[in-house]
Design a protein around this ligand. Sequence first.
Ligand code: ADP
Ligand code: MG
Ligand code: ZN
Length: 617
Amino acid sequence: MASSVPPGSSKEKRQATPRPTALWWVLGGLLLLAIGQAYFLTPGGRQIPYSEFKALVRGGQVAEVAVGDTHIRGVLKSADEGGAAFSTTRIDDPKLVEDLDQAGVKYSGELVSRWLPEILGWVVPILLLIALWTFFFRRIGGAEGGVMSFARSKAKIFAEDDVKVSFQDVAGVDEAAEELREIVEFLKNPKKYTNLGGKIPKGVLLVGPPGTGKTLLARAVAGEAKVPFFSLSGSEFVEMFVGVGAARVRDLFSQAEAKAPCIVFIDELDALGKVRVQSPMGSHEEREQTLNQLLAEMDGFDPRKAIIIMAATNRPEVLDPALLRPGRFDRQVLVDKPDIKGREAVLRIHVKTVKLAPEVDLQKIAARTAGFAGADLANLVNEAALLAARRDKTAVGMAEFDEAIDRLIAGLEKKRVINQKEREIIAYHESGHAIVASALPGMDPVHKISIVARGFGALGYTMQLPTEDRYLMQKDDLVNQMTVLLGGRSAEEVALGAISTGAQNDLQRATDLARAMVTEWGMSDRVGVVHFDQGRRSRFLDVPMPAERGPYSEDTARLIDDEVKALVTGAHEAARRILREQRDMLERVTRRLLEKEVMEGDELREILSAEPAPQAS
Ligand code: ADP
Ligand code: MG
Ligand code: ZN
Protein backbone atom coordinates (compact mmCIF):
# COMPACT_ATOMS: atom_id res chain seq x y z
CA MET A 1 0.00 0.00 0.00
CA ALA A 2 1.77 3.05 -1.22
CA SER A 3 -0.73 5.67 -0.21
CA SER A 4 -0.30 5.52 3.53
CA VAL A 5 -0.96 8.83 5.16
CA PRO A 6 1.45 9.67 7.94
CA PRO A 7 -0.39 9.95 11.23
CA GLY A 8 -1.34 13.42 12.23
CA SER A 9 -0.97 14.89 8.80
CA SER A 10 -4.62 15.71 8.43
CA LYS A 11 -4.59 17.50 11.74
CA GLU A 12 -1.60 19.52 10.69
CA LYS A 13 -3.39 20.56 7.58
CA ARG A 14 -6.32 21.82 9.56
CA GLN A 15 -4.00 23.78 11.77
CA ALA A 16 -2.12 25.18 8.86
CA THR A 17 -5.09 26.69 7.01
CA PRO A 18 -5.94 30.10 8.44
CA ARG A 19 -9.62 30.58 9.20
CA PRO A 20 -10.93 33.40 7.03
CA THR A 21 -14.48 32.93 8.33
CA ALA A 22 -13.71 34.60 11.63
CA LEU A 23 -12.39 37.65 9.86
CA TRP A 24 -15.50 37.80 7.70
CA TRP A 25 -17.66 37.71 10.78
CA VAL A 26 -15.82 40.68 12.16
CA LEU A 27 -16.10 42.60 8.93
CA GLY A 28 -19.79 41.75 8.67
CA GLY A 29 -20.33 42.97 12.20
CA LEU A 30 -18.64 46.26 11.42
CA LEU A 31 -20.85 46.74 8.39
CA LEU A 32 -23.99 46.02 10.40
CA LEU A 33 -22.88 48.52 12.98
CA ALA A 34 -22.41 51.20 10.36
CA ILE A 35 -25.87 50.55 8.94
CA GLY A 36 -27.43 50.40 12.38
CA GLN A 37 -25.85 53.68 13.37
CA ALA A 38 -27.06 55.34 10.23
CA TYR A 39 -30.53 53.96 10.80
CA PHE A 40 -31.06 54.46 14.49
CA LEU A 41 -29.06 57.52 15.23
CA THR A 42 -30.69 59.63 12.54
CA PRO A 43 -34.30 60.28 13.47
CA GLY A 44 -36.93 59.27 10.94
CA GLY A 45 -38.67 61.47 8.45
CA ARG A 46 -37.56 64.18 6.12
CA GLN A 47 -34.57 66.23 7.23
CA ILE A 48 -35.29 69.91 7.09
CA PRO A 49 -33.24 72.94 8.10
CA TYR A 50 -34.10 74.56 11.40
CA SER A 51 -35.12 77.78 9.72
CA GLU A 52 -37.67 75.90 7.64
CA PHE A 53 -38.90 74.20 10.78
CA LYS A 54 -39.41 77.56 12.46
CA ALA A 55 -41.25 78.82 9.41
CA LEU A 56 -43.49 75.76 9.48
CA VAL A 57 -44.22 76.33 13.18
CA ARG A 58 -45.07 79.95 12.68
CA GLY A 59 -47.16 79.04 9.66
CA GLY A 60 -49.19 76.77 11.92
CA GLN A 61 -48.48 73.73 9.79
CA VAL A 62 -46.99 71.63 12.54
CA ALA A 63 -49.24 69.35 14.54
CA GLU A 64 -46.89 67.85 17.09
CA VAL A 65 -43.18 67.81 17.98
CA ALA A 66 -40.93 65.80 20.25
CA VAL A 67 -37.89 67.73 21.39
CA GLY A 68 -34.86 65.56 21.98
CA ASP A 69 -31.35 66.41 23.07
CA THR A 70 -30.01 66.80 19.61
CA HIS A 71 -32.98 66.50 17.32
CA ILE A 72 -36.53 67.64 17.08
CA ARG A 73 -38.97 65.30 15.41
CA GLY A 74 -42.35 66.38 14.33
CA VAL A 75 -45.48 65.63 12.33
CA LEU A 76 -47.12 68.07 9.95
CA LYS A 77 -50.84 68.69 10.06
CA SER A 78 -51.12 67.73 6.42
CA ALA A 79 -48.72 65.50 4.58
CA ASP A 80 -46.90 67.15 1.71
CA GLU A 81 -44.83 65.38 -0.95
CA GLY A 82 -42.12 64.43 1.62
CA GLY A 83 -44.61 62.82 4.04
CA ALA A 84 -45.95 64.11 7.33
CA ALA A 85 -42.95 63.18 9.47
CA PHE A 86 -39.92 65.43 9.58
CA SER A 87 -36.97 66.07 11.76
CA THR A 88 -34.42 68.77 12.23
CA THR A 89 -31.25 69.24 14.14
CA ARG A 90 -31.87 71.15 17.32
CA ILE A 91 -30.35 74.53 17.77
CA ASP A 92 -30.07 76.35 21.06
CA ASP A 93 -33.19 78.45 20.70
CA PRO A 94 -34.66 79.88 23.92
CA LYS A 95 -37.69 81.16 22.08
CA LEU A 96 -38.69 77.76 20.75
CA VAL A 97 -41.17 76.98 23.52
CA GLU A 98 -42.76 80.40 23.16
CA ASP A 99 -43.18 79.90 19.45
CA LEU A 100 -44.61 76.43 19.93
CA ASP A 101 -47.12 77.75 22.47
CA GLN A 102 -48.15 80.54 20.18
CA ALA A 103 -48.70 78.19 17.27
CA GLY A 104 -50.60 75.77 19.47
CA VAL A 105 -48.29 72.85 18.71
CA LYS A 106 -48.45 69.83 20.94
CA TYR A 107 -44.93 69.29 22.21
CA SER A 108 -43.12 66.94 24.53
CA GLY A 109 -39.60 66.24 25.61
CA GLU A 110 -37.99 63.07 24.24
CA LEU A 111 -35.80 60.69 26.15
CA VAL A 112 -36.78 57.50 24.43
CA SER A 113 -34.28 55.36 22.51
CA ARG A 114 -31.34 56.91 24.34
CA TRP A 115 -30.08 53.49 25.30
CA LEU A 116 -30.12 52.21 21.77
CA PRO A 117 -27.67 54.68 20.23
CA GLU A 118 -25.68 54.37 23.42
CA ILE A 119 -25.25 50.64 22.92
CA LEU A 120 -24.62 50.98 19.26
CA GLY A 121 -22.32 53.90 19.80
CA TRP A 122 -19.82 52.32 22.14
CA VAL A 123 -20.81 48.95 23.59
CA VAL A 124 -20.87 47.28 20.20
CA PRO A 125 -17.48 48.62 19.09
CA ILE A 126 -16.00 47.33 22.34
CA LEU A 127 -17.53 43.94 21.74
CA LEU A 128 -16.10 43.98 18.27
CA LEU A 129 -12.68 44.91 19.60
CA ILE A 130 -12.80 41.98 21.98
CA ALA A 131 -13.76 39.73 19.11
CA LEU A 132 -10.84 40.99 17.05
CA TRP A 133 -8.49 40.57 20.00
CA THR A 134 -9.59 36.99 20.51
CA PHE A 135 -9.23 36.31 16.85
CA PHE A 136 -5.63 37.52 16.68
CA PHE A 137 -4.71 35.74 19.87
CA ARG A 138 -5.92 32.54 18.34
CA ARG A 139 -3.84 33.22 15.29
CA ILE A 140 -0.76 33.72 17.47
CA GLY A 141 -1.49 30.73 19.60
CA GLY A 142 -2.07 28.43 16.66
CA ALA A 143 -5.46 27.26 15.56
CA GLU A 144 -6.01 24.89 18.43
CA GLY A 145 -7.83 26.07 21.53
CA GLY A 146 -8.86 29.52 22.65
CA VAL A 147 -7.25 32.45 24.36
CA MET A 148 -6.44 30.66 27.55
CA SER A 149 -4.67 27.63 26.15
CA PHE A 150 -2.39 29.25 23.67
CA ALA A 151 0.51 29.10 26.10
CA ARG A 152 0.32 25.36 25.95
CA SER A 153 -0.03 25.02 22.24
CA LYS A 154 2.85 27.36 21.53
CA ALA A 155 5.24 25.65 23.87
CA LYS A 156 6.09 22.86 21.46
CA ILE A 157 7.30 20.85 24.40
CA PHE A 158 7.47 17.32 23.30
CA ALA A 159 9.40 14.49 24.72
CA GLU A 160 11.95 12.76 22.59
CA ASP A 161 11.28 9.19 23.53
CA ASP A 162 14.12 7.49 21.80
CA VAL A 163 17.29 9.54 21.92
CA LYS A 164 19.94 8.03 19.69
CA VAL A 165 22.93 9.71 21.29
CA SER A 166 25.24 7.87 23.65
CA PHE A 167 28.43 8.61 25.52
CA GLN A 168 30.26 7.10 22.55
CA ASP A 169 29.40 10.23 20.59
CA VAL A 170 31.02 12.55 23.09
CA ALA A 171 34.76 12.75 23.59
CA GLY A 172 37.30 14.86 25.36
CA VAL A 173 35.09 15.55 28.37
CA ASP A 174 35.80 12.40 30.32
CA GLU A 175 35.38 13.87 33.78
CA ALA A 176 31.98 15.30 32.97
CA ALA A 177 30.88 12.06 31.34
CA GLU A 178 32.02 10.15 34.41
CA GLU A 179 29.90 12.29 36.70
CA LEU A 180 26.91 11.96 34.44
CA ARG A 181 27.15 8.19 34.36
CA GLU A 182 25.92 8.27 37.93
CA ILE A 183 22.81 10.14 36.82
CA VAL A 184 22.24 7.51 34.17
CA GLU A 185 22.33 4.88 36.91
CA PHE A 186 19.74 6.80 38.92
CA LEU A 187 17.43 7.04 35.97
CA LYS A 188 17.80 3.43 34.96
CA ASN A 189 16.98 2.11 38.36
CA PRO A 190 15.46 4.76 40.60
CA LYS A 191 13.98 2.22 43.03
CA LYS A 192 17.39 0.91 43.97
CA TYR A 193 18.31 4.30 45.36
CA THR A 194 15.01 5.47 46.80
CA ASN A 195 14.38 2.19 48.63
CA LEU A 196 17.32 2.92 50.87
CA GLY A 197 15.89 6.35 51.59
CA GLY A 198 18.26 8.22 49.35
CA LYS A 199 17.08 11.13 47.31
CA ILE A 200 17.74 11.28 43.65
CA PRO A 201 19.53 14.48 42.65
CA LYS A 202 17.11 16.95 41.14
CA GLY A 203 19.14 19.36 39.15
CA VAL A 204 22.38 19.04 37.24
CA LEU A 205 23.95 22.13 35.76
CA LEU A 206 26.38 21.71 32.88
CA VAL A 207 28.78 24.61 32.85
CA GLY A 208 31.35 25.37 30.19
CA PRO A 209 32.35 27.41 27.17
CA PRO A 210 30.17 27.36 24.04
CA GLY A 211 30.49 24.37 21.76
CA THR A 212 32.04 21.96 24.24
CA GLY A 213 29.20 19.48 23.97
CA LYS A 214 26.87 20.36 26.85
CA THR A 215 23.72 19.84 24.83
CA LEU A 216 25.21 16.70 23.38
CA LEU A 217 26.02 15.35 26.85
CA ALA A 218 22.51 15.97 28.15
CA ARG A 219 21.09 14.07 25.21
CA ALA A 220 23.61 11.31 25.76
CA VAL A 221 22.40 10.89 29.33
CA ALA A 222 18.84 10.44 28.06
CA GLY A 223 20.03 8.10 25.35
CA GLU A 224 22.04 5.96 27.74
CA ALA A 225 19.29 5.77 30.34
CA LYS A 226 16.64 5.25 27.63
CA VAL A 227 14.29 7.79 29.16
CA PRO A 228 12.21 10.53 27.50
CA PHE A 229 14.02 13.81 26.95
CA PHE A 230 12.18 17.11 27.24
CA SER A 231 14.24 19.95 25.95
CA LEU A 232 13.63 23.65 25.86
CA SER A 233 15.86 26.63 25.56
CA GLY A 234 15.83 29.29 28.25
CA SER A 235 15.13 32.00 25.73
CA GLU A 236 12.00 30.17 24.61
CA PHE A 237 10.50 30.65 28.02
CA VAL A 238 10.82 34.35 27.90
CA GLU A 239 7.95 35.62 25.82
CA MET A 240 6.51 39.02 25.34
CA PHE A 241 3.30 38.12 27.10
CA VAL A 242 3.55 38.24 30.82
CA GLY A 243 2.61 34.97 32.39
CA VAL A 244 3.21 32.81 29.35
CA GLY A 245 6.67 31.72 30.46
CA ALA A 246 5.39 30.72 33.88
CA ALA A 247 2.50 28.83 32.28
CA ARG A 248 4.97 27.05 30.10
CA VAL A 249 7.08 25.98 33.05
CA ARG A 250 3.98 24.58 34.76
CA ASP A 251 3.02 22.79 31.60
CA LEU A 252 6.49 21.37 31.15
CA PHE A 253 6.57 19.96 34.64
CA SER A 254 3.11 18.47 34.53
CA GLN A 255 4.03 16.69 31.32
CA ALA A 256 7.32 15.52 32.77
CA GLU A 257 5.65 14.17 35.88
CA ALA A 258 3.43 12.03 33.71
CA LYS A 259 6.43 10.60 31.92
CA ALA A 260 8.83 10.00 34.80
CA PRO A 261 11.51 8.74 34.80
CA CYS A 262 12.66 11.35 32.35
CA ILE A 263 15.01 14.26 31.78
CA VAL A 264 13.99 17.87 31.48
CA PHE A 265 16.73 19.85 29.79
CA ILE A 266 16.82 23.64 29.83
CA ASP A 267 19.44 24.92 27.45
CA GLU A 268 20.87 28.43 27.88
CA LEU A 269 19.62 28.67 31.42
CA ASP A 270 21.25 32.09 31.74
CA ALA A 271 18.60 33.60 29.45
CA LEU A 272 16.07 32.71 32.10
CA GLY A 273 17.98 32.54 35.32
CA LYS A 274 19.79 35.85 35.48
CA VAL A 275 19.97 37.49 38.84
CA ARG A 276 16.63 39.01 39.72
CA VAL A 277 17.04 42.72 39.96
CA GLN A 278 14.99 45.52 41.37
CA SER A 279 14.36 47.62 38.35
CA PRO A 280 12.20 50.71 38.44
CA MET A 281 10.93 49.94 34.98
CA GLY A 282 9.83 46.46 35.92
CA SER A 283 11.13 45.38 32.55
CA HIS A 284 12.32 41.99 33.69
CA GLU A 285 9.08 41.04 35.31
CA GLU A 286 8.19 38.36 32.82
CA ARG A 287 11.57 36.66 33.08
CA GLU A 288 11.50 36.79 36.85
CA GLN A 289 8.02 35.41 37.03
CA THR A 290 9.15 32.51 34.87
CA LEU A 291 12.21 31.98 37.02
CA ASN A 292 10.13 32.02 40.18
CA GLN A 293 7.80 29.47 38.69
CA LEU A 294 10.75 27.27 37.81
CA LEU A 295 12.10 27.48 41.34
CA ALA A 296 8.69 26.68 42.75
CA GLU A 297 8.28 23.65 40.49
CA MET A 298 11.74 22.38 41.31
CA ASP A 299 10.96 22.58 45.00
CA GLY A 300 7.50 21.18 44.51
CA PHE A 301 7.82 17.95 42.66
CA ASP A 302 8.11 14.66 44.45
CA PRO A 303 11.76 13.84 44.94
CA ARG A 304 11.04 10.17 44.68
CA LYS A 305 9.87 10.62 41.14
CA ALA A 306 12.83 10.17 38.88
CA ILE A 307 12.76 13.45 37.04
CA ILE A 308 16.16 14.95 36.52
CA ILE A 309 16.39 18.53 35.48
CA MET A 310 19.49 19.27 33.52
CA ALA A 311 20.47 22.71 32.39
CA ALA A 312 23.37 24.17 30.47
CA THR A 313 24.99 27.57 30.59
CA ASN A 314 28.21 29.21 29.55
CA ARG A 315 27.71 32.13 31.91
CA PRO A 316 27.35 30.63 35.38
CA GLU A 317 28.38 33.91 36.98
CA VAL A 318 25.17 35.67 35.97
CA LEU A 319 22.87 33.01 37.39
CA ASP A 320 20.61 33.81 40.27
CA PRO A 321 22.14 32.25 43.38
CA ALA A 322 18.72 30.85 44.26
CA LEU A 323 19.08 28.46 41.34
CA LEU A 324 22.20 26.94 42.82
CA ARG A 325 20.85 26.24 46.28
CA PRO A 326 20.56 22.68 47.57
CA GLY A 327 17.62 20.88 46.05
CA ARG A 328 17.88 22.83 42.86
CA PHE A 329 20.88 22.87 40.54
CA ASP A 330 23.18 21.83 43.32
CA ARG A 331 25.26 19.54 41.11
CA GLN A 332 27.48 21.33 38.72
CA VAL A 333 29.44 19.56 36.08
CA LEU A 334 32.23 21.37 34.30
CA VAL A 335 32.37 20.71 30.59
CA ASP A 336 35.64 22.23 29.47
CA LYS A 337 37.49 22.51 26.21
CA PRO A 338 39.29 19.28 25.32
CA ASP A 339 43.02 18.82 25.74
CA ILE A 340 45.22 17.46 23.01
CA LYS A 341 44.18 13.83 23.53
CA GLY A 342 40.55 14.85 23.81
CA ARG A 343 40.77 16.81 20.60
CA GLU A 344 42.14 13.80 18.82
CA ALA A 345 39.24 11.70 20.15
CA VAL A 346 36.67 14.29 19.08
CA LEU A 347 38.24 14.42 15.62
CA ARG A 348 38.10 10.65 15.45
CA ILE A 349 34.34 10.76 16.08
CA HIS A 350 33.71 13.35 13.43
CA VAL A 351 35.91 11.90 10.68
CA LYS A 352 33.93 8.66 10.82
CA THR A 353 31.65 9.90 8.09
CA VAL A 354 34.47 11.40 6.02
CA LYS A 355 36.78 9.70 3.56
CA LEU A 356 40.30 10.36 4.74
CA ALA A 357 43.53 10.16 2.79
CA PRO A 358 45.97 7.73 4.42
CA GLU A 359 48.47 10.46 5.27
CA VAL A 360 46.06 12.30 7.54
CA ASP A 361 47.45 12.38 11.06
CA LEU A 362 44.75 13.27 13.56
CA GLN A 363 47.32 13.66 16.30
CA LYS A 364 49.06 16.41 14.35
CA ILE A 365 45.77 18.13 13.70
CA ALA A 366 44.95 17.92 17.39
CA ALA A 367 48.31 19.51 18.19
CA ARG A 368 47.58 22.41 15.88
CA THR A 369 44.13 23.13 17.29
CA ALA A 370 44.78 24.11 20.89
CA GLY A 371 41.82 26.06 22.20
CA PHE A 372 39.32 24.52 19.81
CA ALA A 373 36.10 23.28 21.39
CA GLY A 374 34.27 20.17 20.19
CA ALA A 375 32.01 22.16 17.90
CA ASP A 376 35.02 23.91 16.33
CA LEU A 377 36.58 20.55 15.60
CA ALA A 378 33.36 19.26 14.05
CA ASN A 379 33.33 22.40 11.95
CA LEU A 380 36.96 21.89 11.00
CA VAL A 381 36.33 18.39 9.67
CA ASN A 382 33.41 19.68 7.66
CA GLU A 383 35.42 22.58 6.21
CA ALA A 384 38.21 20.24 5.20
CA ALA A 385 35.75 17.90 3.52
CA LEU A 386 34.19 20.80 1.61
CA LEU A 387 37.61 22.00 0.49
CA ALA A 388 38.51 18.54 -0.76
CA ALA A 389 35.25 18.34 -2.67
CA ARG A 390 35.88 21.72 -4.26
CA ARG A 391 39.27 20.45 -5.41
CA ASP A 392 37.72 17.30 -6.85
CA LYS A 393 39.74 15.07 -4.58
CA THR A 394 38.71 11.53 -3.78
CA ALA A 395 39.70 11.81 -0.14
CA VAL A 396 40.32 14.55 2.40
CA GLY A 397 44.06 15.12 2.77
CA MET A 398 46.31 16.86 5.24
CA ALA A 399 46.54 19.93 2.99
CA GLU A 400 42.81 20.50 3.33
CA PHE A 401 42.97 20.16 7.08
CA ASP A 402 45.86 22.61 7.25
CA GLU A 403 44.02 25.16 5.22
CA ALA A 404 40.80 24.64 7.15
CA ILE A 405 42.68 25.27 10.39
CA ASP A 406 44.23 28.43 9.01
CA ARG A 407 40.82 29.58 7.92
CA LEU A 408 39.16 28.88 11.20
CA ILE A 409 41.92 30.50 13.17
CA ALA A 410 42.39 33.66 11.25
CA GLY A 411 39.28 33.98 9.18
CA LEU A 412 39.02 33.56 5.47
CA GLU A 413 41.88 34.44 3.22
CA LYS A 414 41.56 37.99 2.10
CA LYS A 415 42.36 38.98 -1.39
CA ARG A 416 43.43 42.48 -0.57
CA VAL A 417 46.32 44.12 -2.25
CA ILE A 418 48.93 45.38 0.13
CA ASN A 419 51.62 47.70 -1.13
CA GLN A 420 55.31 46.99 -0.91
CA LYS A 421 55.93 49.38 1.96
CA GLU A 422 53.11 47.86 4.01
CA ARG A 423 54.34 44.35 3.30
CA GLU A 424 57.76 45.28 4.59
CA ILE A 425 56.36 46.72 7.80
CA ILE A 426 54.24 43.62 8.33
CA ALA A 427 57.20 41.34 7.63
CA TYR A 428 59.39 43.14 10.16
CA HIS A 429 56.56 43.08 12.66
CA GLU A 430 55.90 39.35 12.39
CA SER A 431 59.61 38.49 12.31
CA GLY A 432 59.94 40.49 15.50
CA HIS A 433 57.31 38.40 17.24
CA ALA A 434 58.94 35.20 15.99
CA ILE A 435 62.50 36.12 16.97
CA VAL A 436 61.54 37.30 20.44
CA ALA A 437 59.47 34.16 20.94
CA SER A 438 62.43 32.00 19.92
CA ALA A 439 64.89 33.93 22.07
CA LEU A 440 62.98 33.67 25.34
CA PRO A 441 63.05 30.53 27.44
CA GLY A 442 59.87 28.61 28.07
CA MET A 443 57.92 30.02 25.17
CA ASP A 444 55.89 27.83 22.88
CA PRO A 445 57.83 27.13 19.68
CA VAL A 446 56.87 29.18 16.67
CA HIS A 447 54.81 27.10 14.30
CA LYS A 448 54.22 29.40 11.41
CA ILE A 449 54.76 32.99 10.37
CA SER A 450 52.65 34.53 7.68
CA ILE A 451 52.24 37.91 6.07
CA VAL A 452 49.21 36.84 4.07
CA ALA A 453 46.34 39.05 5.17
CA ARG A 454 43.47 37.17 6.70
CA GLY A 455 40.09 38.13 8.03
CA PHE A 456 39.43 41.42 9.70
CA GLY A 457 42.38 43.41 10.85
CA ALA A 458 44.95 40.62 10.99
CA LEU A 459 47.53 41.59 8.41
CA GLY A 460 49.85 38.79 9.30
CA TYR A 461 50.33 36.40 12.12
CA THR A 462 52.88 34.46 14.04
CA MET A 463 51.46 31.25 15.37
CA GLN A 464 53.00 29.61 18.36
CA LEU A 465 52.00 26.08 19.20
CA PRO A 466 52.09 24.68 22.67
CA THR A 467 53.77 21.33 22.97
CA GLU A 468 51.48 20.56 25.85
CA ASP A 469 48.37 22.08 27.35
CA ARG A 470 48.96 24.47 30.19
CA TYR A 471 46.82 25.17 33.15
CA LEU A 472 49.13 27.39 35.15
CA MET A 473 51.44 30.19 34.14
CA GLN A 474 54.26 31.55 36.19
CA LYS A 475 55.09 35.20 36.45
CA ASP A 476 58.15 34.83 34.22
CA ASP A 477 56.07 33.14 31.54
CA LEU A 478 53.60 35.99 31.61
CA VAL A 479 56.33 38.61 31.36
CA ASN A 480 57.86 36.72 28.46
CA GLN A 481 54.52 36.50 26.78
CA MET A 482 54.13 40.25 27.04
CA THR A 483 57.60 40.63 25.58
CA VAL A 484 56.61 38.48 22.61
CA LEU A 485 53.48 40.53 22.12
CA LEU A 486 55.55 43.70 22.04
CA GLY A 487 58.16 42.10 19.75
CA GLY A 488 56.27 43.15 16.65
CA ARG A 489 56.18 46.83 17.46
CA SER A 490 59.75 46.75 18.73
CA ALA A 491 60.95 45.26 15.45
CA GLU A 492 59.35 48.11 13.55
CA GLU A 493 61.12 50.58 15.81
CA VAL A 494 64.49 48.87 15.61
CA ALA A 495 64.47 48.23 11.88
CA LEU A 496 62.53 51.16 10.50
CA GLY A 497 62.79 53.72 13.26
CA ALA A 498 59.05 54.29 12.96
CA ILE A 499 55.95 52.71 14.34
CA SER A 500 52.69 51.88 12.65
CA THR A 501 49.13 51.26 13.75
CA GLY A 502 49.49 47.54 13.18
CA ALA A 503 50.41 46.77 16.76
CA GLN A 504 47.22 47.94 18.40
CA ASN A 505 45.88 44.51 19.24
CA ASP A 506 49.30 43.43 20.58
CA LEU A 507 49.39 46.43 22.89
CA GLN A 508 45.91 45.81 24.14
CA ARG A 509 46.62 42.20 24.91
CA ALA A 510 49.89 43.02 26.62
CA THR A 511 48.19 45.68 28.72
CA ASP A 512 45.32 43.38 29.66
CA LEU A 513 47.82 40.78 30.73
CA ALA A 514 49.74 43.27 32.83
CA ARG A 515 46.59 44.55 34.47
CA ALA A 516 45.46 41.04 35.32
CA MET A 517 48.90 40.31 36.80
CA VAL A 518 48.66 43.34 39.03
CA THR A 519 45.01 43.32 40.05
CA GLU A 520 44.06 39.66 39.97
CA TRP A 521 47.07 37.48 40.40
CA GLY A 522 48.93 39.55 42.97
CA MET A 523 52.13 39.61 40.97
CA SER A 524 53.19 43.16 41.68
CA ASP A 525 55.33 43.77 44.78
CA ARG A 526 54.22 47.34 45.24
CA VAL A 527 50.52 46.61 44.97
CA GLY A 528 50.88 43.43 46.95
CA VAL A 529 49.10 40.12 47.12
CA VAL A 530 45.65 41.62 46.83
CA HIS A 531 42.86 40.84 44.47
CA PHE A 532 41.02 43.88 43.26
CA ASP A 533 37.63 42.80 42.11
CA GLN A 534 36.98 44.08 38.64
CA GLY A 535 33.33 43.17 38.84
CA ARG A 536 32.09 39.82 37.70
CA ARG A 537 33.92 38.60 34.67
CA SER A 538 32.49 36.19 32.21
CA ARG A 539 34.61 33.16 32.78
CA PHE A 540 34.09 31.45 29.50
CA LEU A 541 33.19 34.05 26.95
CA ASP A 542 35.67 36.52 25.64
CA VAL A 543 33.05 39.20 25.80
CA PRO A 544 34.33 42.34 27.42
CA MET A 545 32.23 43.16 30.42
CA PRO A 546 31.39 46.78 31.05
CA ALA A 547 34.35 48.49 32.63
CA GLU A 548 33.72 48.75 36.28
CA ARG A 549 36.22 49.88 38.80
CA GLY A 550 36.56 47.84 41.93
CA PRO A 551 36.09 49.29 45.37
CA TYR A 552 39.51 50.81 45.85
CA SER A 553 40.85 54.28 46.38
CA GLU A 554 42.22 56.80 43.91
CA ASP A 555 45.70 56.18 45.28
CA THR A 556 45.43 52.47 44.68
CA ALA A 557 44.09 53.12 41.21
CA ARG A 558 47.12 55.28 40.46
CA LEU A 559 49.47 52.69 41.91
CA ILE A 560 47.88 49.99 39.76
CA ASP A 561 48.21 52.13 36.67
CA ASP A 562 51.86 52.79 37.49
CA GLU A 563 52.59 49.13 37.97
CA VAL A 564 50.81 48.12 34.77
CA LYS A 565 52.77 50.73 32.90
CA ALA A 566 56.03 49.57 34.45
CA LEU A 567 55.37 45.99 33.43
CA VAL A 568 54.52 46.89 29.84
CA THR A 569 57.48 49.26 29.57
CA GLY A 570 59.79 46.59 30.93
CA ALA A 571 58.56 44.09 28.37
CA HIS A 572 58.98 46.65 25.62
CA GLU A 573 62.58 47.31 26.70
CA ALA A 574 63.32 43.60 26.79
CA ALA A 575 61.90 43.06 23.32
CA ARG A 576 63.90 45.93 21.90
CA ARG A 577 67.08 44.66 23.53
CA ILE A 578 66.65 41.21 22.04
CA LEU A 579 65.97 42.60 18.59
CA ARG A 580 68.88 45.01 18.69
CA GLU A 581 71.16 42.13 19.61
CA GLN A 582 69.77 40.04 16.79
CA ARG A 583 69.49 42.84 14.28
CA ASP A 584 70.91 40.81 11.40
CA MET A 585 68.66 37.85 12.23
CA LEU A 586 65.71 40.17 12.06
CA GLU A 587 66.87 41.29 8.64
CA ARG A 588 67.33 37.76 7.35
CA VAL A 589 64.02 36.45 8.62
CA THR A 590 62.24 39.47 7.21
CA ARG A 591 63.84 39.08 3.77
CA ARG A 592 62.90 35.41 3.64
CA LEU A 593 59.37 36.19 4.76
CA LEU A 594 58.95 38.82 2.07
CA GLU A 595 60.07 36.23 -0.43
CA LYS A 596 57.88 33.38 0.68
CA GLU A 597 55.04 35.09 2.58
CA VAL A 598 54.59 32.01 4.75
CA MET A 599 57.35 30.35 6.75
CA GLU A 600 57.15 27.17 8.76
CA GLY A 601 58.64 26.99 12.24
CA ASP A 602 61.38 24.60 11.20
CA GLU A 603 62.63 26.96 8.54
CA LEU A 604 62.75 29.78 11.05
CA ARG A 605 64.80 27.70 13.44
CA GLU A 606 67.15 26.82 10.59
CA ILE A 607 67.81 30.47 9.88
CA LEU A 608 68.20 31.28 13.55
CA SER A 609 70.67 28.49 14.20
CA ALA A 610 72.77 29.26 11.12
CA GLU A 611 76.19 30.82 11.66
CA PRO A 612 75.87 34.56 11.78
CA ALA A 613 77.19 36.10 8.60
CA PRO A 614 80.82 37.22 8.99
CA GLN A 615 80.79 40.81 10.06
CA ALA A 616 82.35 43.10 7.50
CA SER A 617 84.34 45.36 9.72
P1 ADP B 1 27.24 23.33 23.66
O1 ADP B 1 25.85 22.92 24.00
O2 ADP B 1 28.23 23.07 24.74
O3 ADP B 1 27.34 24.72 23.15
P2 ADP B 1 26.85 21.41 21.63
O4 ADP B 1 26.57 20.20 22.42
O5 ADP B 1 25.68 22.12 21.07
O6 ADP B 1 27.72 22.41 22.47
O7 ADP B 1 27.86 21.02 20.48
C1 ADP B 1 27.62 21.30 19.13
C2 ADP B 1 28.17 20.19 18.25
O8 ADP B 1 29.59 20.12 18.34
C3 ADP B 1 27.69 18.83 18.66
O9 ADP B 1 26.49 18.52 18.05
C4 ADP B 1 28.81 17.93 18.21
O10 ADP B 1 28.70 17.62 16.85
C5 ADP B 1 30.03 18.79 18.38
N1 ADP B 1 30.67 18.55 19.67
C6 ADP B 1 30.78 19.44 20.68
N2 ADP B 1 31.45 18.92 21.71
C7 ADP B 1 31.74 17.65 21.38
C8 ADP B 1 32.43 16.60 22.06
N3 ADP B 1 32.92 16.77 23.30
N4 ADP B 1 32.56 15.42 21.42
C9 ADP B 1 32.07 15.27 20.18
N5 ADP B 1 31.42 16.20 19.50
C10 ADP B 1 31.26 17.41 20.07
MG1 MG C 1 24.19 24.03 23.45
ZN1 ZN D 1 51.65 41.78 16.21
